[in-house]
Ligand binder design. Structure first.
Ligand code: SAH
Ligand code: SF4
Length: 380
């Protein structure tokens, strides 16, 4: 029998596991602290654990991190890691240092089944859900590696965003214990406001997250109406905008922040006109407290899409801001190492044929027409 990976548990799970071994709750707390706060993998290192418990654990459990395949460091300090998750699949995490915070962007799935037109992960199709252990191992590795590198025991990562590969709310049962370990004072002790789940809009799971583990919520909107959103984010056909906004409004009752962040990927000639900004305003104004985060599209081969000019992004943002909606433009980080939003590709053994489906769509659906004088520009 394979050893149980203790990274698969939040504190409640580890407590239940220890109780099965006849151990008291405080032993589980000690063990949890060794693993997550000190980064220990060797039970012998865990000096204040009873010897009897250490030897019980040795036979049946292990702390099994992910194997790193590669590390890339950007000129701006951003670090991208590629982790092996077996079976020919690999996922990516990105560390983004800023003066007042350290953010880790984490993957939740090998690939993604949603298949958004503008997303490199979506084009790769879907292989499988990550386990809780594989999700939390990304934070475990980044935090303890960076601490060791910087020679400190201080916390490095203050913010986590579930914005790497995958749709976190389509891997709900593994996600929630991972979030709980991030928030736990005996784990990483992150504030709920500083842990963000980003979703393309899995409405029933937004409702469940509200009860199970309310953290900050970012919703990938990308379009002001259903016909366009159906095309860009296929999940919209199942959960259209009106249902999505109702779920967001509901979520705010329990959310640690009093607004929802709407992410909006700016695609030249597709969703970036002033009229579309007005349409967005009509959609949300007076209905839901929100902020917009405009993401300049990060190109990748085969998308068939163009990035909006920066002047267009700014003008679009101004229309929203003039209507009183707080709007930010996402800074692109780690561009030189393909670590920007939507560029995370890892390696995915597609089981869904999504990559072929999306390629066919790119040919049949007209989404971007070159502007005059830009005829020779190739899709990026
Ligand atoms: N599946 C989740 C979280 C991962 S994607 C979601 O869709 O929200 C994280 C963010 O990156 C989303 O807002 C997504 O729309 C955006 N994104 C995806 N591809 C992108 C690209 N090529 N350029 C810019 N942003 C992109
Ligand atoms: Fe999946 Fe998010 Fe990419 Fe859409 S944007 S394909 S939901 S990872």
């Amino acid at each position: 029998m394979d050893a149980v990976n203790l990274l698969d548990y939040d504190l409640d799970g580890l407590t239940a596991f220890c109780e099965q071994l006849g151990e008291k709750r405080f032993r589980a707390t000690q063990l949890f602290r060794w693993i997550h706060q000190k980064g220990a993998t060797d039970f012998e290192q865990m000096s204040d654990l009873a010897k009897s418990l250490r030897s019980k654990l040795k036979g049946i459990a292990a702390v099994t991190p992910l194997t790193v395949i590669s590390e890339h460091v950007s000129a701006d300090g951003t670090i991208k890691w590629l982790f092996d998750v077996g079976g020919g699949n690999a996922v990516e995490s990105v560390y983004i240092p800023e003066s007042d915070r350290g953010t880790l962007c984490i993957s939740s799935q090998a690939g993604c089944a949603v298949g958004c037109r503008f997303c490199s992960t979506g084009h790769q199709g879907f292989s499988r859900n990550l386990t809780t252990g594989e999700i939390i191992a990304q934070l475990w590795y980044a935090e303890h590696t960076l601490r060791a590198r910087l020679g400190t025991t201080d916390r490095i990562i203050s913010n986590v965003v579930m914005m790497g590969m995958g749709e976190p709310l389509q891997n709900y049962s593994a996600l929630v214990p991972a979030l709980k370990a991030m928030l736990d004072d005996h784990g990483y002790g992150l504030s709920r406001r500083r842990v963000t789940v980003s979703t393309s809009g899995v409405v029933p799971m937004i409702e469940r997250l509200k009860d199970d583990c309310p953290v900050a919520l970012a919703v990938s909107l990308h379009a002001p109406n259903d016909p366009l959103r159906d095309e860009l984010v296929p999940l919209n056909k199942k959960y259209p905008i009106d249902e999505l906004l109702t779920a967001c409004l509901d979520y705010l009752e329990a959310a640690p922040r009093d607004f929802i962040t709407f992410e909006y990927c700016m695609l030249d000639g597709v969703n970036d006109s002033d009229e579309q900004a007005q349409e967005l305003i009509a959609l949300v104004k007076g209905r839901i407290n929100c902020k917009f985060n405009l993401i300049p599209f990060n190109p990748f081969p085969q998308s068939g899409l163009y990035r909006s000019d920066m002047s267009r992004v700014q003008a679009f943002g101004r229309v929203l801001a003039d209507a009183g909606i707080i709007t930010t433009i996402r800074k692109t980080r780690g561009d030189d190492i393909d670590a920007a939003c939507g560029q995370l590709a890892g390696e995915v053994q597609d089981r869904t044929n999504a990559s072929n489906r999306l390629l066919r769509q790119a040919v049949t659906v007209k989404v971007a027409s070159p502007k005059p004088g830009e005829r020779n520009r190739q899709p990026q």
